[in-house]
Write a protein that binds this ligand. Structure first.
Ligand SMILES: Cc1ncc(COP(=O)(O)O)c(C=O)c1O
Length: 437
């Protein structure tokens, strides 16, 4: 059975009840509003809201409708930002709630103090939300964008990845920009090592952390970057249209470089006269940077409350426990996929544990040239969805030394998945891959 009916042993609406920390994964699954009789293996694109998060959207929307209320202070989300920041090891003055990772990363990229001739090193495996904004800066201000193609496959190592970035750095490089987990091949890049590299060269680090919240038990400060934009609606299972924007606002041993010049675009907080105070040189903030980013007119109060609710649920279940569960399911799925399709069919790293993530991309067909047949991979995904109610996605990416982009099938595991679902999905995906080969 891969659909669990909601049982009355689990209260799906109110999450202050005790026990979520000890609850079985079967009963935790029941707090999620999963479409019935379906297998959702696509959290890399969109997660599933817990019922309590849905209820929060509804309740808070109603509370703030129809009255003569001052909607501006709660739209700054001071407490929600504090709750969320705490969950990720940082402070409220560094955390703002934005609309998604795309918006967050755009606000970071356009807030950087980059000028003609400055160079940004990134990868061709970044989301278009990252590449399009750097390309815009290239056209607008004459910066150089150097996009590296990451190695792929089961046996890629963290050392290879770091060496690739290191070899690309020049005297003009100002920024390293990369995903914490890439969406195309599910490669978990060695963020701490890349930040160490950047710090050795005095570079600013911009991390696309769309997939981080809700997946990793992450301490943003210890990761060492200057900026990270995250999605709230993927692994964190908040409402669509939620994201987190982390901007380092103090100097600590995790990143001892001076705080970079940053222009908080889209802000009604920026002073009418003069400038904000000079940025801190210590571990005490000189100003609340996140307030500048948060202050941008009327905001959905419900959205912030619901994202904070999702974070509270995660804290209650336990973020280390969640990460362990997600990765245990991913390793199970990786093994099953390798058995069914062969290890060479895997685009995602597997040998180096540091690079593994719960996003696993693979080639589902027998003939290797089908890897650049976009119609076929699209049809494969559609048939899984329409004939089997299995939701995955296909991805496309550059491959070193290949004239073609490759198209892969990608699955993602989350805590609401289970072993039976993975068995069933791999079986169906294998049979369909054979049939279409
Ligand atoms: C790595 C990565 N970056 C950015 C995005 C864009 O995220 P959002 O929809 O929150 O803007 C995605 C979406 O899949 C992603 O996987």
């Amino acid at each position: 059975m891969y659909h669990h009916a909601v049982t009355d042993t689990v209260d799906t609406g109110e999450l202050t009840r005790p026990g979520l920390r000890e609850a079985s994964w079967d009963s935790i699954r029941d707090i999620f509003a999963i479409a019935p009789n379906s297998i959702h293996l696509n959290t890399g694109t969109i997660g599933v809201m817990p019922y309590a998060v849905l209820d929060t959207v509804d309740r808070v929307t109603r509370e703030w409708t129809g009255g003569l209320m001052d909607v501006y202070p709660p739209g700054m989300y001071p407490e929600h930002r504090a709750t969320i920041a705490r969950a990720y090891g940082v402070d409220q003055d560094e955390m703002s709630i934005c609309h998604n990772a795309t918006e967050g990363v755009a606000r970071i990229i356009h807030g950087l103090d980059l000028h003609e001739g400055d160079e940004v090193i990134t990868t061709t495996h970044e989301c278009y939300s990252v590449l399009s904004n750097f390309n815009l800066l290239r056209n607008r201000h004459g910066i150089t964008v150097k996009a590296l193609t990451l190695p792929i496959g089961n046996d890629v190592t963290a050392e290879e990845v770091v060496a690739l970035f290191e070899a690309a750095i020049t005297s003009r490089t100002k920024v390293l920009a990369f995903a914490a987990i890439t969406l195309f091949t599910g490669t978990k890049l060695p963020v701490r090592q890349l930040c160490d590299l950047a710090q050795r060269h005095g570079l600013i680090t911009v991390v696309d952390g769309a997939l981080v919240p809700g997946m990793l038990n992450a301490d943003f400060r210890a990761m060492g970057m200057d900026f990270m934009a995250c999605s709230g609606s993927k692994f964190q299972c908040g409402p669509l249209g939620t994201g987190l924007l982390y901007a380092r606002n103090k100097v600590t041993e995790h990143n001892p470089l001076p705080l970079p010049t940053f222009w908080p675009i889209i802000s009604t907080w920026y002073p009418m006269h003069g400038s904000p105070p000079p940025r801190s040189r210590t571990d005490v903030e000189s100003d609340n940077l996140a307030d500048y980013l948060q202050s941008a007119g009327s905001a959905s109060i419900a959205r912030g409350a619901a994202l904070a609710k999702a974070c509270e649920i995660w804290d209650e279940i336990g973020r280390a426990r969640i990460e362990d569960r997600i990765m245990a399911l991913a390793e199970y799925a990786r093994g099953k996929l390798a058995d069914r399709f062969g290890r060479d069919a895997l685009y995602s790293p597997g040998t180096d544990p540091e690079l593994r993530s719960p996003l696993i991309a693979f080639h589902p067909f027998r003939r290797s040239e089908d890897a650049w047949n976009v119609k076929k991979i699209h049809m494969y995904m559609k048939r899984l969805e329409l004939e089997h109610r299995i939701w995955i996605r296909w991805t496309e990416f550059d491959v070193q030394d290949s004239p073609h982009q490759h198209y892969a099938a990608r699955i993602t595991t989350h805590i609401f998945n289970d072993h039976d679902e993975i068995d069933h999905a791999v079986d169906v995906m294998g049979r369909l891959g054979d049939e279409m080969s």
